[in-house]
Structure formats: C-alpha cells, structure tokens
Design a binder for this molecule. Sequence first.
Ligand code: UDP
Ligand code: MG
Length: 316
Amino acid sequence: MKSPILYLVIPCYNEENVLNLTAPMFLDKVKLLVKQKKISAKSKVLFVNDGSKDSTWQIIEQLSASDKTYCGISLSRNRGHQNALLAGLMEAKDKCDITVSLDCDGQDDINAVDKMVEEYLNGCDIVYGVRSSRKSDTFFKRTTAQGFYKFLKFMGVETVYNHADYRLMSSSVLSELAKFEEVNLYLRGLVTLVGFKSTCVYYERNERIAGESKYPLKKMISLALDGITSFSVKPIRLITNFGLLVAFISLIGIVWSVVIALMGNSVSGWASTVSIVCFLGGIQLLSIGIIGEYVGKIYLETKHRPKYIIEKKTND
Ligand code: UDP
Ligand code: MG
C-alpha cells in the first residue's frame, strides 16, 4: 500500500497565545511520520482560522511562509468549533487520503496520531481518540461532560464515550460526511452514523498549553442541545408519555372531586387547585419550549444557508 497523504485539521479561534507553541509539535510529528514512511511527503498541517479577532491568522500566514507543510484557510467570521472543523475537513477531503482532527491547544496528545495511522493501515476508516482519563479537567467540566455522555445515551444517541473531536477519518468517510446537509452540526454523532470499520485509540488528555478555553458554559450547553435535538426525538416522546400520565391522574382527580361534591364537602381545596394549575402551567411551558426547540431546528434547516464561508487561504 502506498503511504497515505495525511492532513492534520486544526480549528483555531483566538489562539495567538498557544499557536506558536503547538504548531511545531504538529509539524515535527508529520515530518517524523514522513521520515518513517508511514505517510506521504505531501502530508500537511491545515489550520482553520474561525474568524479570530486576534493575530491568529497572521501567525498561520507566517507559519505557512516558513514551511510548506503548513497551510491554512480563514473563515469569514466566527462560526463555532464544529463548523470550523467541518470547513477544514471538506477543504482537505479531495487532497488527502486521511485526516486527523484535533484541537490547537495541545490537549489532544499528538503522539496518538502514530497509533491512529497504524489502525488505518490495518484497515480502519475511522479511528476515535478516546480519553483514558479526565484527570486534567476541572471537577465541573468532568462531571458535566460525563453526565452529558450518559444523558445522550439515555436519549438514544449513539456516541463514543469520552471521545471528543480527536479522530482519524479516511477520504471515503469524508465523502459520505459531505452528503449530510444539516446545519445543526454535531459531528461526533454524524460520524458514528456514517458507519464504516472503526476502532478506538486511547490517549491521556493534557492541560491546555497556554491561553484560555474557548468553550464557555454557554457554548457547551448549545453543543449539548444540538447533540440531543439533532439526533433524537426522545424528548418529544417523553412529553407525550408524560401527557398521558397527567391525563390519567386528572381522570382520577375528576372522579375524586365529583365524589367529594356529591358528599357535600366541596368548599375547601384552594391550595390543591392552585398547586395543580401551577404545576400544569409549568409542564406545559416546558413542553412547548422543547417542541419549539425542534421547530426552530426545522426552521434553520429549511433555509439551507451555507455552514461557513471561506474568505482567505494561504497560497499552498
Ligand atoms: N474553537 C473554534 N471556534 C470556536 C471555539 C473554539 O475553532 O468558536 C477551537 C479552539 O481554537 C480549539 C478547539 O476549538 O482548537 C477546542 O476549543 P477549546 O480548547 O477552547 O475547548 P476545550 O478544550 O476547553 O473544551
Ligand atoms: Mg482545549
């Protein structure tokens, strides 16, 4: 088998503090693998600038000028990690045999790429990078993230436990991925849907080398909501089931109130009435909210807006 062309696809958003530190690590890894003849000399490190407001794009341009293994594309504005990643993968799709997507902050241990490439050469089309532990996370991030994976499973969404977006994909997987047109992107879910032969490679997740997390709680919640509502209608089904339960209880309530009235004790009961009204009001609003979330998704999907716009590329 000819050695495959590998593209490392690395989304970057306001990463001027870390890019100059981690870029050489990516480059060294690619060069080493080329030297070991595991990958082709045409392999590249592709940065995706996700509309950064700092000097990230200038750094990417400087890097590209310094070594032709580096290249980059720049999105016209910030579109979020998932869109930026997809932009990079689609850019790489026709130029390479395999991509490995990873964060630019050094958290995804670059040494796992060796094993990923090996698994590809053994015949796997997707290799998931799975964290062997979450020691480097804060207590908050660890519990919310793991709770989220369990919740997704409960909702019937198939995902790989403790796998984020560090993964190898072959060009055949990428061509299939390109056919998914949805704008509410949750790549982890999509990739498992694509199928193909896959396996996991375990790695120790490090701390961020420099800079701050670009995933504040708000973005994490929005990703989580996308993950659930793009892949599962179970929340709506739960509402239906709950509605049935409440209807059944109401039936008992009606019988009960009629009996009380017939017995002539119908004056008291203010507290119970108010509680029932409040409870049902809350449940109804929550249910409308959940259904609204899906309607909103449909609204966004029908527009068929582009997920990202590439404004600039480094001349590779
Ligand atoms: N990122 C991006 N666009 C965004 C937010 C993040 O491209 O709007 C990139 C970021 O530069 C990094 C990766 O996504 O390479 C993961 O983000 P981060 O490390 O901040 O997330 P965390 O590891 O804290 O979950
Ligand atoms: Mg990170």
